[in-house]
Design a protein around this ligand. Structure first.
Ligand code: NAP
Length: 240
């Protein structure tokens, strides 16, 4: 896969032990990047690294809770200099969390990981992609904190796009319904079936659908894209 990345450039992917993060880490390695895969779970992230290595890629694992600044600092040191960052980790919308705490987990951690990464002075041509959601940005859903946190990620991305460019490009992705472990069984619920029926692509998204968009936004092919919030939802929103 030729996206124009320099050989041996590193990408940090948070939440790389599952779902969208794992798919992004694997696709990044196939695109020639060295991957620093971070996750809460040591076993999960080790499995991601094993899969990448088995495919001939290069990856290192770090066990890090992105809401823990000390763990983030240690993970950055373990990762080595990284030109690219993907802020993917975040709590599941189904969690019954305290609003303020959930915002700190959802958007506070994106800000603190990004600040810590920026402090390493990433090399020129750097880029960050933040994973938001259609929820809170284009549609309202049940969870107040999830909608507020994902909208805040889009706002924070626009802040970055104006304040850290041209050294760093910052963009965000708003996934629609993507079949990942945390969404297991949802496609068979009444709501899941109705979402798919109204999707012009007649299917839910898969993690690689998001990974492809992430890799494009990071890559030199997207060198003049900065500050966008890209919906990746199969066109579901245009049917709303
Ligand atoms: P997933 O399969 O559950 O993967 C998320 C991974 O991130 C898990 O390994 C999880 O660990 C880890 N993680 C959670 N909190 C973390 C933290 N504080 N520090 C480090 N790692 C952490 O979920 P996914 O569906 O791929 O979701 C990835 C991102 O996409 C999330 O930001 C989510 O909000 C967003 N998104 C997903 C969808 C969708 O339909 N799937 C739609 C819109 C947006 P544990 O499993 O141990 O918690």
């Amino acid at each position: 896969m030729e996206l124009g990345f320099a050989v041996s450039d590193t990408v940090v992917v948070t939440g790389a032990g599952s779902g969208i993060g794992r798919a992004t880490a694997r696709m990044a390695a196939r695109a020639g990047l060295r991957v620093a895969a971070w996750d809460l779970s040591a076993d999960a992230v080790a499995a991601t690294v094993e899969e990448i290595t088995a495919e001939g890629g290069v990856a290192v694992a770090a066990t890090a809770d992105v809401s823990d600044p000390a763990a983030v600092s240690a993970a950055l040191v373990a990762s080595g200099p990284a030109r690219y960052l993907v802020n993917n980790a975040g709590p599941a919308s189904s969690g019954n969390l305290d609003f303020d705490h959930a915002l700190a987990l959802t958007v506070g951690s994106v800000r603190s990981v990004t600040d810590a990464w920026l402090a390493t002075r990433p090399p020129s041509g750097a880029a960050v992609v933040n994973i938001a959601s259609v929820a809170g940005n284009f549609v309202g859903t049940d969870s107040a904190w999830y909608c507020a946190g994902k909208a805040a990620i889009a706002g924070y991305t626009r802040h970055l796009a104006t304040r850290v460019a041209p050294a760093v490009r910052a963009n965000a992705i708003a996934p629609g319904f993507i079949e990942t472990p945390r969404m297991a069984g949802f496609a068979d619920t009444e709501l899941g079936r109705s979402l798919i029926a109204r999707n012009p692509m007649r299917r839910a998204g898969v993690p690689d659908d998001i990974a492809g968009a992430v890799l494009f936004l990071l890559s030199p092919l997207a060198g003049y894209l900065n500050g966008v919030l890209l919906p990746v939802d199969g066109g579901w929103m245009v049917t709303q």
